[in-house]
Structure formats: C-alpha cells, structure tokens
Design a protein around this ligand. Structure first.
Ligand code: SAM
Length: 280
C-alpha cells in the first residue's frame, strides 16, 4: 500500500535542487539535434496546487520554491527553470509547482520521447490527464524500477533517467544500486540522476557507497543541507547522484549553489557538497 503523496512535499528545497539539476541536464542534451529519451521511474502527479490542503499541512514549499520566487537577484543560469515556473504561474502569485514530468514536458522537443511511470492509484490518473494530448509520451502504472530493464537502451541511444523514489519503502535504499547496475549494463552512456534524502546519514551513505562500488565511472554528487545532520525526525539535506554528468554541470552547480544555499538555508546552519565521487 503506497501512502506517500508528493503533494505534501512539492516545491520543497529538495525539489528545487532536484529540478535545477534536471533542467541543466535536459538543456545540455538538447545541444545536439539527435533525439533522446527522458525516463522518469517515479513520476508523481505532475502538477501540484500549492494552496491545497496537503501543501498547507506541511508548508514545505514555503521554505523551498516560495523563497526563490520572492527573490529579485535570481542568477541568470536559473532562467530556464524559472521560465517553466512562470508558464504555470503567469501572474505574480505562486499557485502551482510543476513536478519532474511537467518540467521535461516543457523542455523536450518534438523529436524526443518521454516514458513515465507512477504507481499511486490517485496520482497516476492525474499524471495521465496532464499528458492527454502529448504524442511523445508513454505513461504506465507500473513499477518504475522495472523500466530500467525493459526500456533501456533507448532506440535513440541517448537518454536521461531520473530515479526519484519516495524512500517510503526502506528497501529503496538497497534496490537502487542493484537496479542501477542492471540499467548501466544495458545503457552505459545514459545520464542517470538519482535523488536521495538525508534523514539518516548512515543509511544514505550506505546507498551512495553501494553506487560508488558498482565499478561505474563518472559519478558526481550535488547535495544541499539546510540543517546539520542530526538524530531527529525529518530530512536535513537532499542530493542528486549523477552518472555521466554533462560536461558543464559542475561549473553550473558551482555557480548557483552558493546563491541557493544563501536563499534556502535561512538559519545558516547548512552546507553543500559538489563532488566527483568517481572520475573517468
Ligand atoms: N519525480 C517527481 C517529481 O520530481 O516531481 C516526484 C516523485 S515522488 C518523490 C515519488 C513517487 O513515486 C510517488 O508519487 C509514488 O507514488 C511513486 N512510487 C512509489 N513507488 C513506485 C514504484 N515502484 N514505481 C513507480 N512509482 C512509484
């Protein structure tokens, strides 16, 4: 039984970091005309109403995207990410937050393909609705991890794979390195983005070590903490593991992370990591 709903968390600081990295990677792949596949294993509902009962209950977006939205000095490198937000929020008020499938929907071209999977019985139809007229997109109510075997390699031999589970099922921490290994065997040149939360540092580190020990080359880590590690409940930091990062990604993240930290780490107790975990 899936109880996690992303509508409680949409637009939080973790979404902001995740979607900025995603936007940079998609834009990099678009530098070549050749088509590519965007595979999103855990897609969510697509669009989130920030005035909903769920969002109001946690208020997470208030310390995430809402802080970004209020700034007048947003770095130009974030223009593409901000332009997508503006598409869903044409007026001054920040009403909707677009999740990863809608970000990809806006950025991908006619020649590209999207493959989305979502298991939740309520979120799956919402996601379908967002793409009802989009011929580039396949949406399945299936296990996202299984797509890493069945959909790779893509015909185009180019692709971005976002693996973004909720970690509601603790097995996700163990499943990720195994599933990634299977995917990489099939498609070693794909750009893989694996989102992770830091709730328990040791649990997260074990998963990252598991990825690093797979023998895969070119692995990077981008993490933003808004609190120091602690033993209390709740997420203190989140990050992205990127396999085969596009060549500009480190430079782009070095340019925007200090601003993101200043804007989102309001208590000034956090930190960030930009690191190459495994080189060529
Ligand atoms: N990627 C989305 C975004 O950035 O907007 C957020 C995804 S949310 C963190 C995780 C989603 O995965 C939830 O909507 C949950 O219902 C779904 N889910 C959980 N287990 C799944 C599985 N095995 N396969 C596909 N979806 C799953």
């Amino acid at each position: 039984m899936l109880s996690y709903r992303h509508s409680y968390h949409a637009g939080n600081h973790a979404d902001v970091l995740k979607h900025i990295v995603l936007t940079f990677c998609i834009e990099s792949l678009k530098e070549k005309e050749k088509p590519f596949l965007y595979l999103d294993t855990h897609s969510g509902a697509g669009r989130y109403l920030l005035k909903s009962e769920h969002a109001a209950k946690t208020g997470e977006y208030l310390s995430g995207i809402n802080l970004i939205w209020q700034q007048s000095n947003i770095p130009a490198l974030l223009n593409t990410y901000i332009s997508i937000l503006k598409r869903y929020n044409p007026f001054e008020e920040l009403k909707y937050y677009p999740g990863s499938p809608l970000i990809a929907k806006q950025l991908l071209r006619e020649q590209d393909k999207l493959n989305l999977t979502e298991l939740h019985p309520t979120d799956y139809p919402l996601l379908r609705q967002e793409f009802s007229k989009d011929k580039r997109t396949k949406i399945l109510r299936e296990d996202g991890f299984s797509q890493l075997k069945s959909k790779l390699p893509p015909d185009s031999r180019r692709g971005i794979i976002l693996i973004d589970p909720s970690y509601e099922i603790k097995d996700d921490y163990q499943t990720i390195p195994t599933a990634l290994f299977e995917a990489y065997k099939r498609f070693a040149t794909g750009v893989y983005l694996i989102w992770y939360p830091v709730v328990s540092r040791s649990q997260t580190q074990k998963m990252i070590d598991g990825i690093v020990n797979l023998g895969i080359k070119r692995i990077s880590q981008f993490e933003l903490a808004i609190k120091p590690d602690n033993n209390q409940k709740g997420m203190t930091a989140s990050g992205m593991i990127v396999i085969n990062p596009p060549w500009k990604l480190h430079e782009q993240m070095h340019a925007v992370m200090p601003w993101l930290k200043t804007t989102l780490d309001t208590e000034k107790t956090g930190n960030y990591i930009i690191k190459e975990l495994v080189s060529e």
